[in-house]
Design a protein around this ligand. Structure first.
Ligand code: 5GP
Ligand code: MN
Length: 335
């Protein structure tokens, strides 16, 4: 994988560009994709964003989101666009298997593949150009760096500013996580000088839900939370019946995993959601507990040191039993 800076001189020659975020793109993945989309269009490139799946409806305020193609819903159109691609940007994921239904298709493409991502263990051999930096707070921060380093900071318009800021806020836990460096604050200061209206973005990200989601959160924290003080661990287990009862949609469960972190002394929070196709895990830790290794070892997953995810094909009961065992095996690391 050659350094991503090597594509800067090529930016001025219009191409067919396709941008792909990870499966179920979150604010960082979608924000990064849209910021890159709005940036590249200004050079005359033909740019499309193809998402491997749907995304949370509450992200639809992001400028340009209507143009994102959900390849689950529009497979033929997505395939056609991907077949035409001369450049493929993979943003906020670093191995094709994180693109789920699109992974085989992406692997087969022979176009130039470019990676911009901040997760651990990148599959660098699959990409021609790229940057992978786990020290970065978010892929949106990396897109900002890319734009500034390319010498085209003047192209940073309102759409890009909103998308980049949203991804940075989301992935830093509103500037809380250790990944929030001085550079992140400098980026925000710069975006502010360029016209960022941060209250508007916060409002879209955090104050834009329906009543059912709030009632669901209350129910989960009251009835679905187990606290294991001996292991400084909290587990939230969400059966399918809860998702149906509260009319929960993609994205409504995001952020739930953060609530138990406010209990004094808690080091690891896990949440498992009984989705149709799989049991989906999310992990968050504080301090020196490595969620990435934990997710890789026990739940076919990965991510960052303090935030990761995984999956299981087992039943909800079985995968929860596996978690109990894993937690016990990690007792010393959780002290
Ligand atoms: P979340 O819990 O917010 O879904 O994900 C936390 C972090 O872990 C994100 O950076 C996400 O990309 C990563 N992640 C989530 N699920 C998986 C997974 O199944 N495999 C891998 N490799 N990473 C994941
Ligand atoms: Mn990210």
């Amino acid at each position: 994988m050659k350094p991503v800076q090597e594509i800067f001189p090529l930016l001025n020659s219009p191409r067919h560009v396709v941008i792909v975020p990870h499966q179920k793109p979150d604010a960082d993945a979608l924000g990064a994709s849209l910021a890159m989309f709005h940036f590249l269009k200004q050079f005359g490139h033909t740019v499309s964003i193809v998402s491997p799946s749907n995304w949370a409806g509450w992200l639809n305020w992001m400028p340009g989101s209507k143009e994102v193609i959900d390849s689950d819903l529009h497979k033929e159109e997505a395939d056609k666009i991907l077949d035409r691609a001369e450049w493929l940007f993979c943003l906020d994921f670093n191995a094709f298997d994180r693109a789920k239904n699109l992974s085989a298709k992406l692997e087969k493409l022979t176009c130039t593949k470019i990676l911009i991502d901040h997760h651990q263990q990148p599959d660098e051999k699959s990409f021609d150009y790229g940057i992978s930096d786990t020290a970065k707070s978010s892929t949106c921060e990396m897109i900002y760096d890319f734009i500034i380093a390319s010498g085209h900071g003047d192209k940073m318009n309102k759409e890009m500013i909103d998308c980049i800021y949203a991804g940075v806020v989301a992935d830093t836990g509103s500037f809380r996580f250790s990944s929030t460096t001085a550079n992140v604050h400098r980026l925000v200061a710069d975006l502010k000088q360029r016209g960022l209206e941060h209250m508007q973005v916060h409002n879209e990200l955090f104050d834009n839900f329906l009543e059912n989601r709030m009632r669901f959160i209350g129910h989960v924290l009251l009835n679905r939370m187990e606290v294991f003080y001996e292991y400084n661990t909290v587990l939230l287990t969400i059966p399918k019946s809860d998702l149906l009862k509260f009319h929960i949609k993609t994205g409504d469960t995001e952020g739930l995993v953060n609530y138990p972190q406010s209990i004094t002394g808690i080091k690891l929070v896990a949440i498992v959601i009984d989705r149709d196709e799989e049991r989906k895990w999310s992990f968050r830790s504080k301090g020196d507990f490595d969620c990435n290794s934990f997710a890789r070892k026990y739940f076919e997953g990965g991510g960052h040191f303090n935030a990761s995810g995984g999956r299981s094909s087992d039943s909800l009961e079985k995968t929860v039993q596996k978690f109990y065992t894993a937690m016990k095996e990690n007792k010393l690391l959780l002290q």
